[in-house]
Design a protein. Structure first.
Length: 252
């Protein structure tokens, strides 16, 4: 009988021990703050310390609108073009506006007036930081807009983040995008101060107007064809003597 009572008591103590909650280590102040931060706030703080990167400042003249909607960068009043990653473009328009004096952390072109921005701070103290994660960019064919006609005096040549000539910015702030290979081919038409006419698909809105040029020329009567994106250059028209000739075939 005494043995049975002892066994019952042991089982009772064991069950209480299992049911008792585990002791939790109090969270530190830093951990508590991190837990309360939203995803957007954590992204703004950034993972990397950008203080070692060169710092630049200037006044925002205009955004660089994309032919597919949105923006891919901005231009300072001194003509410097500032590029951000595709993942950060959605936040750029909500962070700064034309006329703002902004601060930039990034890398400046050796000879070209371009900056690859990894962090931008507005005059109101708000900032954005690159997350260094590259996402695929939609192709032109997937999100091409309606045909637009742009014409006016060229303000400056447009570059991409790789420093390649990729179009022009007109004095009315509209942007004409041209694939780098094609821009090199028609570079004589892209000189600042010249008049330029262009036709292509694009977008126009509060952030600006931009097209992917399909035709450009010094006047509406003198237009030349432009290959859009990675498409091959336009060939001879159907029915012409050169239409059935494969380029390079005559060399073999």
């Amino acid at each position: 009988m005494r043995y049975l009572l002892s066994l019952s008591a042991a089982l009772f103590v064991s069950s209480v021990a299992v049911a008792a909650p585990a002791h939790k280590t109090p969270a530190t102040k830093a951990e508590s703050f991190s837990a309360r931060q939203t995803h957007t706030e954590k992204q703004a703080d950034g993972v990397y310390d950008l203080s070692g990167l060169p710092s630049f400042s200037g006044k925002l003249a205009q955004f660089l609108p994309s032919p597919h909607g949105g923006v891919f960068g901005l231009v300072l009043e001194d003509g410097t073009q500032v590029f951000v990653s595709p993942e950060q473009t959605h936040a750029l328009a909500g962070l700064v506006k034309p006329g703002d004096a902004i601060s930039i952390r990034g890398l400046k072109g050796r000879t070209l007036p371009i900056i690859r921005a990894f962090g931008i701070t507005s005059p109101r103290g708000r900032g954005m930081q690159d997350n260094f994660i590259a996402m695929p960019v939609h192709s032109t064919e997937m999100i091409a807009g309606p045909d637009l006609v742009l014409h006016g005096e060229i303000w400056q040549q447009l570059y991409n983040a790789n420093g390649e000539l990729s179009g022009v910015i007109l004095k009315d702030h509209s942007v004409i995008c041209i694939a780098p290979r094609e821009a090199t081919r028609v570079a004589n038409l892209l000189t600042p101060g010249q008049m330029l006419y262009a036709v292509g698909t694009g977008s126009s809105g509060e952030l600006g107007t931009a097209i992917d040029a399909r035709e450009i020329g010094a006047s509406a009567e003198k237009m030349v064809g432009i290959a859009v994106g990675d498409a091959p250059p336009p060939g001879p028209p159907a029915g012409s003597p050169a239409y059935d000739i494969i380029p390079g075939a005559e060399e073999h």
